[in-house]
Design a binder for this molecule. Structure first.
Ligand SMILES: CC(C)(COP(=O)(O)OP(=O)(O)OC[C@H]1O[C@@H](n2cnc3c(N)ncnc32)[C@H](O)[C@@H]1OP(=O)(O)O)[C@@H](O)C(=O)NCCC(=O)NCCS
Length: 330
């Protein structure tokens, strides 16, 4: 039986910085405690990239180098590199350019995708298109964020949630029925005020006043984002199952964006699957924005089997949300 060419994930790797920021340490910085953070979010600790001049690319480079090594692919074989991030090293050039250069990809095209926490799903879908059309044969998709660069560590309702990390996958053509089989992506720019960084872009360039008003940090209306996420991430995950006639028994794993364990549980419930089928590492990394999904795949790689049906789903600033159906290829 022959299948249309799809983009299969043929390798995954990740990187998290060494420094562990525990709930205990956070409780010395803001008025919070381990019990509150764990019961409201599921997070125990997160990783922080320390050091002057250390940007998101540092983590992306580690993830991509590890990916190339483990898949035994030469940098020159890569046709395209995409990097999903909201914390680029610079406003420009793209962090993808920096990663590609440092990893020896030469003049390979590379660019960033900025869709906040849904970034990896969007970039995965884009990368897959280049493979499905036959334009490229080897595409790397990175999700990487140094959230500690834009988190206000005096705002207790936000600073407990986020951490730093990077994950990367290799996409290659597959005509045997494996790979990214479907995806559903959505956005609603009407929700910008619920989750955004007010200053530092072209609308409000940096001034002494924007710095004094702490507008270069992420601003979030937690309960509004929570309500949106519980409905949208659950709905879109159910939608991708329905579109592909997947029953709860057919789904081997839900690979959810790791923002809040309660949002993840609500999504699993809506899909009709138990938490034993849900990839979860929020307790160790918190919300690493574009990196959560590839970091989950990396952590659970040894438990995946060829042919497993995976539902990837995410939501984030924008607002944005989406889901993908992946048949695992190795
Ligand atoms: C942020 C979030 C954890 C807050 O949880 P919540 O149950 O909604 O809590 P609320 O914001 O209603 O706050 C409840 C109380 O806890 C307090 N609180 C907030 N953060 C706290 C913290 N870190 N430690 C202790 N208390 C805290 C609030 O001040 C509030 O106190 P009050 O009742 O005296 O006013 C939750 O709203 C959330 O996860 N939202 C989604 C965020 C998200 O996913 N963002 C990423 C998108 S990609």
């Amino acid at each position: 039986m022959s299948f249309p060419t799809k983009a299969a994930i043929t390798g995954v790797h990740g990187y998290v910085p060494d420094y562990v920021l525990t709930n205990g340490e956070l409780s010395t910085m803001v008025d919070t405690n381990d019990e509150w953070i764990v019961s409201r979010t599921g997070i125990k600790e997160r990783r922080i990239l320390k050091g002057e001049g250390q940007g998101t690319s540092v983590m992306g480079i580690e993830a991509v180098r590890g990916l190339l090594e483990k898949t035994n692919i030469q940098p020159a074989e890569i046709d395209l590199l995409l990097c999903a991030t909201v914390t680029p090293d610079f406003v420009f050039p793209a962090t993808a350019n920096l990663i590609a250069h440092a990893c020896g990809l030469g003049h390979t095209p590379s660019f960033d995708v900025n869709v906040a926490c849904s970034g990896f799903l969007y970039a995965l879908t884009m990368g897959a298109q280049f493979i499905e059309t036959g334009k490229y044969r080897k595409v790397i998709v990175v999700g990487a964020d140094k959230m500690s660069a834009i988190i206000d560590y005096t705002d207790r309702s936000t600073c407990v949630l986020f951490g730093d990390g990077a994950g990367a996958v290799l996409l290659e053509p597959n005509a045997e029925g494996y790979g990214l089989l479907d995806s559903v992506l959505h956005s609603d720019g009407g929700g910008v005020q619920h989750l955004y960084q007010p200053a530092g872009g072209s609308k409000y360039p940096p001034t002494a006043d924007t710095v004094a008003r702490r507008e270069h940090f992420a601003r979030q209306e937690g309960p509004a984002v929570f309500k949106f996420a519980v409905v949208r991430m659950a709905d879109v995950s159910a939608e991708i199952m329905q579109r592909n006639s997947l029953t709860p028994d057919d789904v081997a794993w839900l690979v959810p964006h790791q923002a809040n364990k309660r949002i993840i549980s609500a999504t699993a419930e809506r899909m009709g699957i138990g938490m034993d089928k849900v990839m979860l590492n929020i307790q160790r990394y918190g919300n690493t924005t574009a990196a959560t999904i590839p970091l989950c795949l990396w952590d659970y790689e040894s438990q995946l089997n060829k042919g497993d049906n995976l539902v990837l789903s995410a939501f984030g600033g924008g607002l944005t949300w989406g889901a993908a159906y992946v048949k695992w290829g190795y």
